[in-house]
Design a protein around this ligand. Structure first.
Ligand code: ATP
Length: 361
């Protein structure tokens, strides 16, 4: 069956997975489109690797079905599914050369020698390791070994590329470099890709869509911008990026009270008497805030951290509640901000989110 760009290529249909009495995945339903780069993101133990392994057939789900390219693969062993996989630990054969590692799958399907050699050269050039064919894994850096693992995963031109924390064993600089190369490569090859990560910055940087998971369920699926700007729950708001949480009481459909301050807040769904108001540090305004302006409040700078391109201030509001606020270096200099200083800040209504109850407060 042919799948066009934009069609659902992988369909996960009400998949649950238990280990003994522990349910690691609960009723997960998800569609992944041809050519997409999707990240499974969530804290340790949330079930992202279990879901990836179920897609690969390395674990079989307890219930539910999985379709790839219109084919029901739910009960197929890994060898009959169409994917390439890269693990965190490079998992190369230490006694085989780089070329033989990449060629492994091709040789076992008895392709002609010249074709295998040509394909290995092509793949190694693609991952930036042209000319390294005869080296052994132990002679390569971690980043280079992971490139070999990637070339090996791509050797059979799989319909699906599965990446299980492929960058997390690498140091920060190599990780960032390889991350952008991986994205570029995926864009070029248009191979449908799923990457497991617990690193929200990595997911935001690389994914077309992010699947945020928590305790074996999907919390939210969306583009990086969607997830960041419109988190659907306090968990997502807290897990992706930095977020301030304030406990508020509702005084009207679009008004909430925080201590002695009243704010205009978004009207969303519930109208509970108490709620949690969220605002990102970078959305807190400091310039040109006028006393009495809607959503303005007084704050005292507790301390400031210089973070290179901006400054993160820890503010104290309303007699003890702490808020993080990011200010530009220019604002910091122009307003001569310093610890102990009392300032006026504003929380723009269109940048606030309201969640139910007292989550994360
Ligand atoms: P991490 O980032 O730490 O790998 P994860 O989100 O990938 O976390 P999983 O590896 O999918 O989490 O594990 C989900 C839950 O299922 C965890 O609580 C884990 O202990 C449990 N689990 C996973 N595999 C098994 C297994 N083979 N037997 C028993 N429990 C398991």
């Amino acid at each position: 069956m042919s799948i066009n760009q934009g069609d659902a290529y992988l369909r996960i249909d009400h998949v649950s997975k238990s280990f003994g009495t522990f349910e690691a995945l609960t009723n997960v339903t998800l569609e992944i489109y041809a050519g997409e780069f999707v990240c499974f993101l969530g804290p340790s133990g949330c079930g992202k690797t279990t879901l990836l392994r179920a897609i690969a057939g390395l674990d079989i789900q307890t219930s539910g079905r999985i379709f790839q390219g219109g084919r029901d693969i739910s009960a197929l062993p890994p060898s009959q599914r169409d994917f390439g996989i890269v693990f965190q630990s490079y998992a190369l054969f230490p006694n085989l050369s780089v070329a033989d590692n990449v060629a492994y799958g091709l040789v076992s399907t008895r392709r002609p020698k010249a074709e295998v050699e040509g394909r290995v050269r092509e793949l190694l050039t693609l991952v930036g390791l042209g000319g390294q064919e005869q080296k052994f894994p132990s002679q390569l850096s971690g980043g280079q070994q992971q490139r070999v693992a990637l070339a090996r995963a791509l050797a059979m031109s799989p319909g699906l590329l599965l990446l299980d924390e492929p960058l997390s064993a690498l140091d920060a600089r190599v990780r960032q470099h390889l991350r952008s190369e991986l994205k570029e490569l995926q864009r070029k090859l248009k191979v449908t890709t799923i990457m497991v990560t617990h690193d929200q910055e990595e997911a935001l940087a690389i994914a077309d869509r992010i699947v945020v998971m928590n305790h074996g369920v999907i919390e939210q699926v969306g583009t990086p911008l969607d997830i960041y700007r419109h988190p659907g729950s306090a968990f997502v708001a807290d897990f992706v990026g930095h977020m301030n949480f304030l406990p508020v009481e509702r005084v009207a459909a679009d008004r909430v009270r925080f201590g002695s301050f009243e704010f205009t807040a978004p009207v969303n769904g519930n109208q509970d008497a108490t709620a949690t108001l969220c605002v990102r540090p970078e959305d807190i305004q400091i310039r040109n805030v006028i006393p009495g302006q809607d959503n303005s409040l007084k704050a005292t700078i507790d301390h400031m951290e210089f973070l290179g391109s901006f400054c993160r201030a820890e503010l104290v509001v309303n007699g003890g509640r702490h808020l993080k606020a990011d200010f530009s270096i220019n604002a910091m200099r122009d307003l001569s901000l310093e610890p102990g200083q009392e300032i006026l800040i504003a929380l723009p209504a269109d940048r606030l989110r309201l969640f139910r109850g007292d989550a994360h407060v």
